[in-house]
Design a protein around this ligand. Sequence first.
Ligand code: NAP
Length: 256
Amino acid sequence: MNRLKEKTAVITGASRGIGEAAARYLAEHGAKVVRAARSSGAIEAIAADIVAKGGKASALSCDVSDHLAVAALMSHAQGTFGSVDVLVNNAGLIDPISRIADSDPEAWGAVVDVNVKGVYHGLRYAIPVMQAQGGGTIINISSGAANSFLEGWSHYCATKAAVLRLTGVAHKEYGEEGVRVIGLSPGTVATDMQVAIRKSGINPVSQLDPLAHIPPEWVAQAIAWLCTPAADAYLGRDFSLKTDEGRAAVGLPCVG
Ligand code: NAP
């Protein structure tokens, strides 16, 4: 993981869950991390904790559905640490969970604004910085929902499928310039999102034993691995942590 040393990693949705774990893990491995989320208190507290432990971190309140805020986030990373070497497009929503005919069109659209437009905004403003630097890595947090059909998750399945397409197109457009764009489908992870899913009671994922979920720290380890050339075979598509092949590549226990 020496490759992360002194690299600047911008992580959206870093106030809790996978984003928090990724920021802590990358900082422990020498990266300068810029944490972004809407909850400024949480990201500032975690950034302060990373700094207190000898790491380098900064925090900026940012709603990824606002393209000007995402542009400002990339400028903040460059101004603070001099580059944007890694972007983890992690911010995402699943609430409210409801079948299509019961869904609220405004709330459905708000999920599109974060899950799809938020990822597009990250690509839009990180790619020019990475082109100018001669390369970088963008990891879009995907889901098995990108390739499946689950009741109550029309917004989530549709938006994660769109993210997978964005990953493929961005790789096609900028891969030859050294901009590595890759998706990460983590399987089920023990975060607040799974608590909301369980509460909905709507589809088989809500019935899973919480002990079946992997810890967010495993996803953080996968994110770090995806930043290395060892993961190049997955550029432009989703890498899955639900397979033994994926777990073994990252150095995690097999599915069993
Ligand atoms: P989580 O614990 O609910 O965290 C979601 C994060 O996204 C929070 O930090 C939240 O911070 C941030 N966020 C939400 N809306 C935002 C916005 N408009 N702008 C900026 N940040 C925003 O969920 P998680 O499980 O860690 O999920 C992280 C990613 O993994 C998501 O993309 C999710 O779809 C994906 N994923 C999760 C699982 C799972 O089982 N948990 C499985 C597959 C994929 P604020 O509220 O402070 O803004």
